[in-house]
Design a protein around this ligand. Sequence first.
Ligand SMILES: NC(=O)C1=CN([C@@H]2O[C@H](COP(=O)(O)OP(=O)(O)OC[C@H]3O[C@@H](n4cnc5c(N)ncnc54)[C@H](OP(=O)(O)O)[C@@H]3O)[C@@H](O)[C@H]2O)C=CC1
Ligand SMILES: O=C(CO)COP(=O)(O)O
Length: 318
Amino acid sequence: MTVAVLGAGAFGTALAITLAQNGPVTLWARDAAKVAEIARTRLNERRLPGCPLPENVAVTADLTEATRAPVILLAVPMQQTAAFLTEHAALLDGRVLVGCSKGIDLASGRGPVALISDICPAAHAAILTGPSFAADIARGLPTALTLACDEDGGALQARLSTPSLRLYRTSDKTGAELGGALKNVIAIAAGVVIGAGLGDSARAALMTRGFAEMVRIATHLGARAETLAGLSGFGDLVLTCTSVQSRNFRFGHALGAGEDFDPTTTVEGVATARAVVDLAQRTGIDMPVATMVTALAAKKMTVAEATHALLSRPLKEE
Ligand SMILES: NC(=O)C1=CN([C@@H]2O[C@H](COP(=O)(O)OP(=O)(O)OC[C@H]3O[C@@H](n4cnc5c(N)ncnc54)[C@H](OP(=O)(O)O)[C@@H]3O)[C@@H](O)[C@H]2O)C=CC1
Ligand SMILES: O=C(CO)COP(=O)(O)O
């Protein structure tokens, strides 16, 4: 069974490399010149340097060709996903579409699975998410992810599992997509804490209270609490709050340290924090960490002010 991966960023390229162990993969990128270069060198040097593509990965800029595959993975960044789905709905609707991005669309407040279901209502929507850095997957290091899909998703789970990539399955698509989105916001906050020199104890407090915040809003929106405690929530929170491989963590670190950050780097947590604050306001859910991240990223607050605001909240039960 051929798998198509749409979006040849770091993650899409890494998925193509690992999934090629199970059968043919088509990797689609929007830029024909980039496709030609990857096809010639067998490397995506800009997005995932040093990770060669196996022979059975075909690279194309032809979306009609790519979407002939029975399984399609969508690996374009979150804020580009709605427009991508809308533009190409005729090719994508009715297909097995697996969202691989992490975030909440600012305009609609929807995650990847919800967007797929809204824009391509006849598609079989799923999401692949959890703790994994693209470079780790591409190098064949052991990783475990969550596949949230319809109840009959066993065959899909098998096609997307490889000797080094172990998938656990759930039917809680809302929980899986919200876990992956929300952890990026907390990872930015963890980066700020470390970048500003506030210490490991502060980071542990922030991760724990951030997790409470994740569970609070996600369950309100229909997620199961145990999904948040799994790979797609807690697992990914731990990874991105503790590793400098995380772009969200590094962005927060730069904010905390008062340093510049390359604006072309994909940092999903910034827009997602704004979307979360919108959701929090609409639902009346208390989201103090996301609120601080939004204010810090917009330079509307200093780290000292954000720290004071969090520490001086009324005392309460855990
Ligand atoms: N990197 C990682 O370790 C992981 C990433 N993810 C998630 O995967 C998603 C993608 O991230 P990642 O691959 O790292 O991002 P990158 O920054 O590495 O790449 C983004 C890719 O998306 C492409 N792209 C952007 N807009 C469009 C569009 N409108 N149509 C088609 N292609 C587009 C870009 O193409 P171009 O090169 O032409 O600009 C680029 O190839 C994010 O949501 C991220 O959270 C999930 C797990 C791990
Ligand atoms: O989601 C990821 C790891 O699971 C990648 O995190 P960053 O987008 O912060 O690099």
